[in-house]
Design a protein around this ligand. Sequence first.
Ligand SMILES: CC(C)(COP(=O)(O)OP(=O)(O)OC[C@H]1O[C@@H](n2cnc3c(N)ncnc32)[C@H](O)[C@@H]1OP(=O)(O)O)[C@@H](O)C(=O)NCCC(=O)NCCS
Length: 164
Amino acid sequence: MDFSSVILRQPTAEDGASVHQLITRTPELDSNSCYCNLLQCSHFSETSIIAKRDEETLGFISGYIKPQSPETLFVWQVAVSAKARGNGLGVKMLQNLLEREENVSVTHIETTITESNDASWALFNSLAGRFGAPIKHSIMFDRATHFHGEHDSELLARIGPLSR
Ligand SMILES: CC(C)(COP(=O)(O)OP(=O)(O)OC[C@H]1O[C@@H](n2cnc3c(N)ncnc32)[C@H](O)[C@@H]1OP(=O)(O)O)[C@@H](O)C(=O)NCCC(=O)NCCS
């Protein structure tokens, strides 16, 4: 896939509906309301990123600065459209997010991943390697305790400190 015409930028509220469609088409991810994606694209735009080619939304990352830990960027969801996967777009979006002036004080990244999501583990392991950072794992939301058996446990991956 040729990425020369792919633009990475902060999302705006006008992107919310297309982000909602991308997330809805990604069965690995919990689908949220369109309203939630609109908030991510507006209130959380500095810590979120969209990949566009012409009018098409190829990728999206939602994130926020953890309220209790201002040096930590929490990555909520990462989605790359099925046809664009395996070409480095996921890692490129994460790197671009960290290079933003607004995020210069971020020293750690956190995310949660289910044990079976190999692509997501590979993505965040690759990111940790690129920033020369260790990655620590623990259970954040447990299948029985937090999801009442309805969802696999979400394991917290904490990456950092990042070498910039
Ligand atoms: C996870 C996801 C975002 C990765 O996006 P991507 O653009 O394909 O990832 P990249 O091409 O940047 O690859 C990053 C690294 O992961 C590896 N990787 C990507 N897909 C992989 C897979 N299915 N299995 C194993 N490794 C994989 C790549 O080889 C690369 O490793 P490297 O940098 O050491 O060479 C994409 O697969 C996706 O949208 N999946 C569905 C949604 C999801 O599960 N999101 C994550 C949870 S929030």
